[in-house]
Design a protein around this ligand. Structure first.
Ligand SMILES: [Zn+2]
Length: 348
């Protein structure tokens, strides 16, 4: 049955809030089942009054109700038909010849069902529009604007002095994280989780670089690999990869051109008597002969044990440092006493 809430409460469409309230109170008192009697008809009437007031007293509900009423004009001409029937303002069909549409819309019209369907439709429509806009934005970004240059990446590589002098090629393994190229970092594609990055918005992969380090490279210098940084977005340029070269500072030698300079320590008796000692070179340990009566600061040249610079191999130059052993035993000290007593030479 069609319900005209204004008619039910006996108010006009333009009534004030207080007029509405007072009309409702009068009717609610009059038709309250406790007063009017607890019959089915009276209960139904009472419910109808409350329903009408619930809609018309709520600004949002009233606005929706009025909106729908702009499409349907409820005839109040009970004298001619005896019933409340819809009369379409916009149709030219006369009252004697009703269309199917009019009939179906007019009779069995359930306001609440209509309203809930209307709301449902509105929500779905808005949702669809939102998704559509998101999709459009995504595609627009992909095709045109918002191009973004990828980030630069910094990494380090450690090389030896020999490698720094000669130049070398180093392989660098790097974990490279990029914005997902499928969803552009949005994690979702058309409302579903991006299958490529599984909703992470970015992808990580190991990248191997072969980096040629030029001969004569200085410590802490940077090598730039153009375009090897993070991927650019929407046609933006890739970032660059910067490799900082660290030259391992050796603990036990210095270099001078292609020569290696090293200090060796000898005990006093080794310096006096001579002998063989083991010295570490690039090709492993080698035996070095110490000639008798070797002096402190004396240099020993090991030919061909230096660094290879452009095919020319340098030497290793050892500088002797005579060191008096600590914590000598009493026997050793006794022998030094004897040595002092019998010594015929004055070193000064
Ligand atoms: Zn993705």
């Amino acid at each position: 049955m069609t319900k005209d809430y204004y008619k039910i409460l006996g108010v006009s469409e333009n009534c004030t809030e207080s007029e509405l309230k007072s009309a409702y109170r009068k009717l609610a008192r009059k038709w309250h089942p406790d007063i009017a009697g607890n019959t089915n008809d009276i209960v139904a009437k009472f419910k109808e009054i409350n329903e009408a007031y619930e809609v018309l007293s709520d600004k949002v509900k009233k606005a929706e109700y009025d909106t729908i009423n702009r499409y349907y004009n409820y005839s109040s001409d009970k004298k001619s038909t005896g019933t409340t029937e819809p009369n379409f303002k916009n149709t030219k069909a006369n009252s004697t010849k009703k269309t199917e549409h009019e009939k179906s819309a007019g009779f069995n019209f359930n306001w609440e069902e209509f309203l809930s369907k209307y709301k449902d439709y509105t929500n779905k429509y808005q949702e669809a529009r939102k998704k559509e806009n998101e999709y459009k934005k995504q595609n627009t970004n992909a095709k045109y604007g918002n191009s973004k240059r990828g980030k630069d990446i910094n990494t380090d590589v450690e090389i030896t002095i020999a490698e720094a002098i000669n130049g070398c090629t180093k392989v660098i393994n790097m974990l490279n994280t990029n914005v997902c190229p499928y969803c552009n970092g949005r994690k979702f594609i058309n409302g579903t989780i991006c299958p490529h990055c599984k909703g992470n918005g970015e992808t990580s992969d190991y990248k191997r670089f072969s980096v040629k380090i030029p001969a004569g490279v200085k410590d802490n210098s940077k090598i730039r690999l153009s375009g090897e940084g993070n991927r650019g977005l929407n046609g933006g340029k890739n970032g660059d990869l910067y490799i900082t070269v660290h030259i391992k500072s050796p603990l036990d030698y210095k270099t001078e051109g292609n020569n290696v300079l090293k200090t060796i320590t000898l005990a006093p008796y080794e310096a006096v008597l001579g002998g063989n000692i083991s010295v570490k070179t690039f090709d492993g340990n080698i035996n070095v002969k110490i000639t008798p009566n070797t002096q402190n600061g004396q240099k020993i040249r090991l030919s061909g044990c230096g660094i290879n610079v452009n095919g020319k191999i340098g030497d290793m130059i050892l500088t002797v440092e005579i060191q008096v052993p600590k914590n000598l035993s009493s026997d050793e000290i006794e022998l030094y006493r004897k040595l002092r007593d019998i010594s015929s030479q004055n070193v000064r």
